[in-house]
Design a protein around this ligand. Structure first.
Ligand SMILES: Cc1cc2nc3c(=O)[nH]c(=O)nc-3n(C[C@H](O)[C@H](O)[C@H](O)COP(=O)(O)OP(=O)(O)OC[C@H]3O[C@@H](n4cnc5c(N)ncnc54)[C@H](O)[C@@H]3O)c2cc1C
Ligand SMILES: *[C@@H]1O[C@H](CO)[C@@H](O)[C@H](O)[C@H]1NC(C)=O
Ligand SMILES: *[C@@H]1O[C@H](CO)[C@@H](O)[C@H](O)[C@H]1NC(C)=O
Ligand SMILES: *[C@@H]1O[C@H](CO)[C@@H](O)[C@H](O)[C@H]1NC(C)=O
Ligand SMILES: *[C@@H]1O[C@H](CO)[C@@H](O)[C@H](O)[C@H]1NC(C)=O
Ligand SMILES: *[C@@H]1O[C@H](CO)[C@@H](O)[C@H](O)[C@H]1NC(C)=O
Ligand SMILES: *[C@@H]1O[C@H](CO)[C@@H](O)[C@H](O)[C@H]1NC(C)=O
Ligand SMILES: *[C@@H]1O[C@H](CO)[C@@H](O)[C@H](O)[C@H]1NC(C)=O
Ligand SMILES: *[C@@H]1O[C@H](CO)[C@@H](O)[C@H](O)[C@H]1NC(C)=O
Ligand SMILES: *[C@@H]1O[C@H](CO)[C@@H](O)[C@H](O)[C@H]1NC(C)=O
Ligand SMILES: *[C@@H]1O[C@H](CO)[C@@H](O)[C@H](O)[C@H]1NC(C)=O
Length: 514
């Protein structure tokens, strides 16, 4: 089998690097010697295109070199060379995580997985290369009249989305998208390739569902498929005066009888340049014959300025929703928090945001800020007997019914505003948590896929799941390659900030301090 052969080859390379020049540039040279087709330097068009393709400006860091593996074997080779060199590296899937340094690195080496974007359908299982984006998946699987639990916006990557949980069109009924992965193919720190599934490496299988990049580099996801049917859905834009009514609609939607076919979110957006609010909602109903179901709490709200509700397949919704993201070309940063629904909580949080946001935008007028506040539901946990994930909800709980998470986002043109706006995000999260705690509806969950770098979603899974993740990381990566050398992502190893940031000193013994 190729893993063990590669391992021998890599031991040789390891020795030759240590004997020569141990710098990032020499690591890139060693990578180029072994993977001549895959390594790109700053002068090349591929390098430039890759950096320019990050959707948010703050993510466009400049690695010393970029690797674009074409196969699992290429990833194996790269991991061996990187480990031997001690050079810091980042791994990029779809590149849509907004945290600077999570999917790219200044100096160092970035592994851009996007050439591994194959999608194959084999007897009900969809095998997806870890560098694919959801649009590529939907476009293939719909030809087979099936679909999968995936992202609702086509440009988002499969890998980041699934390793953070993943909320899909069908989540209100079926749960987290990660629970529909039947097998992960993973390259471990020692350059072996393993499958993680319900019967093989089940601890790793659970850890990868919520634990992001702490355990290895995933090269393939095998996803359960189910028959595709059209959905009813789309975007509704409301008049600025409808904001309270829309949030009241969402509140009633959450307080009322649970409708497993109703998905989507409500947003209010403030544009600091035009000084105007724009409440919108993006909604889907997975049983079009029964529409609008509980979505009526939102679809009945007036006045509406645009109503795009229509019946179509997931691929069409994912493609349309991508248009907005593709053209943004702004700095985009976000944070999240979670609370129990109550008759007043969403209004209280929204009022607080509205009371602060115009003057905040005014004080950074040079940066053309816009801000969004979005509310949506969590997904149900796997039912008893199903394989577990690591998100921290037990089988008998119903986070999908009574919990709401919010995202607060800033869009801005000038990077100089970053430190100030990042602090503003922290302050907002503190204020929102205080409001929720004050009402007695606070909740610790922090949804990883929308968490800011200063938050700690892994610890928020709770003691049991967090220590399980740390144990699993130590078991599969005792040396700490993915703790210390793979920068970016939320780490199970601790530092001063409560979570790792890949910045610890090397060679200090066990990487986990607790
Ligand atoms: C426009 C937009 C829409 C979104 N819609 C949804 C939604 O509907 N539902 C939802 O739940 N979330 C949604 N998200 C959040 C999204 O899930 C996260 O941003 C996610 O991190 C994106 O995955 P990615 O592969 O594009 O990210 P990347 O930034 O490429 O990766 C994220 C993290 O995963 C790690 N990683 C990437 N590839 C691998 C790999 N092969 N092996 C190991 N680690 C890897 C990276 O190192 C990085 O730390 C949305 C985000 C955006 C920007
Ligand atoms: C490269 O340098 C680092 C830091 O100086 C050192 O810890 C590491 O062992 C070196 N790697 C090799 C392969 O010599
Ligand atoms: C190591 O590589 C760097 C960058 O290529 C170069 O500047 C330096 O001179 C090299 N050092 C040695 C000892 O070869
Ligand atoms: C890279 O692309 C940018 C624009 O995206 C351009 O300004 C720059 O000249 C390009 N650099 C190279 C080396 O092609
Ligand atoms: C590997 O991928 C690069 C682009 O990323 C491509 O130019 C090259 O031809 C590929 N090589 C093989 C052997 O597929
Ligand atoms: C998908 O469904 C269409 C319409 O029912 C049918 O014509 C087609 O053969 C199906 N394709 C596959 C691959 O099953
Ligand atoms: C689980 O992994 C084992 C070992 O690699 C493999 O034989 C089996 O096919 C995998 N199961 C699934 C569902 O992929
Ligand atoms: C805000 O509004 C202005 C003027 O209408 C527009 O040009 C700009 O693109 C908007 N900004 C954002 C971030 O949406
Ligand atoms: C996609 O956008 C077009 C143009 O606005 C619209 O006509 C169409 O109905 C949309 N489709 C979906 C599925 O939202
Ligand atoms: C690689 O690591 C895994 C997990 O720790 C271990 O099971 C396996 O034996 C190791 N393989 C080699 C060749 O060291
Ligand atoms: C990494 O550590 C250095 C030295 O302590 C510090 O200057 C730098 O800001 C740290 N970087 C991050 C991302 O924490």
């Amino acid at each position: 089998m190729f893993p063990s052969i590669s391992f021998l080859v890599l031991s040789f390379l390891y020795t030759s690097i240590s004997a020569t020049n141990n710098t990032t540039a020499s690591t890139c040279a060693a990578l180029e010697a072994s993977l001549p087709e895959d390594v790109f330097l700053p002068e090349s068009n591929t390098y430039n295109a890759s950096i320019s393709s990050y959707p948010f400006i703050q993510l466009r860091l400049h690695p010393t070199c970029l690797i674009r593996p074409n196969s699992t074997a290429d990833v194996v080779t790269a991991v061996g060379i990187l480990k031997g060199s001690r050079t810091k590296f980042a791994v990029r899937g779809g590149g849509h995580n907004a945290n600077r340094g999570f999917n790219n690195i200044e100096d160092g080496v970035t592994i851009d997985m996007r050439s591994l974007n194959g999608v194959e359908v084999e007897s009900g299982v969809v095998k997806v290369g870890a560098g694919a984006i959801w649009q590529e998946v939907y476009d293939v699987v719909e030809k087979y009249n099936v679909t999968v639990m995936g992202g609702r916006i086509g440009v988002v990557g499969v890998a980041g989305f699934l390793t953070g949980g993943g909320i899909s069109f069908f989540s209100p009924e079926l749960g987290w998208s990660c629970d529909y992965v039947v097998n992960f193919e993973v390259v471990l720190a020692n350059s072996t390739v393993v499958n993680a599934n319900a019967t093989s490496n089940p601890d790793l299988f659970a850890a990868l569902k919520g634990g992001q990049n702490n355990f290895g580099i995933i090269t393939r996801f095998d996803l359960k498929s189910f028959p595709v049917t059209p959905l009813w859905g789309g975007r509704i834009a409301f008049a600025p005066t409808a904001d309270t009514a829309l949030l009241e609609g969402f509140t009633q939607f959450k307080l009322g009888e649970y409708d497993p076919y109703a998905a989507g979110w409500v947003t209010n957006r403030y544009n600091g340049t035009s000084r105007s609010y724009a409440p919108t909602s993006i909604l889907w109903y997975t049983k079009p014959d029964l529409k609008p179901g509980a979505l009526e709490h939102m679809t009945n709200v007036t006045p509406q300025v645009m109503n795009g509700m229509t019946t179509a397949y997931p691929s069409a919704f994912a493609r349309n929703a991508s248009m907005v993201v593709k053209t943004s070309n702004l700095n985009t940063i976000w944070a999240t928090t979670t609370f129990h629904i109550s008759p007043t909580i969403i209004h209280s949080i929204h009022s607080k945001w509205k009371s602060v946001i115009p003057s905040l935008c005014e004080s950074y007028a040079y940066a053309n800020i816009a801000s969004e506040l979005t509310f949506q539901s969590l997904a149900p946990p796997p039912k008893d007997g199903a394989a577990v994930n690591s998100l921290g909800f037990d089988a008998t709980s119903h986070p999908e019914k009574d919990l709401v998470f919010l995202q607060i986002i800033f869009y801005f043109s000038d990077s100089a505003a970053f430190p100030g706006l990042n602090n503003a995000l922290k302050d907002f999260i503190t204020m929102f948590d205080e409001i929720a705690d004050g009402e007695g509806v606070g909740h610790d969950f922090v949804y990883l896929n929308f968490a800011a770098a200063f938050q700690d979603p892994l610890q928020a899974y709770g003691k049991v799941d967090f220590s399980g993740l740390a144990r699993t990381a130590r078991r599969y990566d005792p040396w700490g390659l993915f703790q210390r050398q793979l920068v970016g992502g939320f780490k199970v190893s601790k530092n001063d900030h409560g979570h790792g940031n890949g910045n610890e000193t090397f060679g200090q013994g066990p990487w986990e301090h607790s």
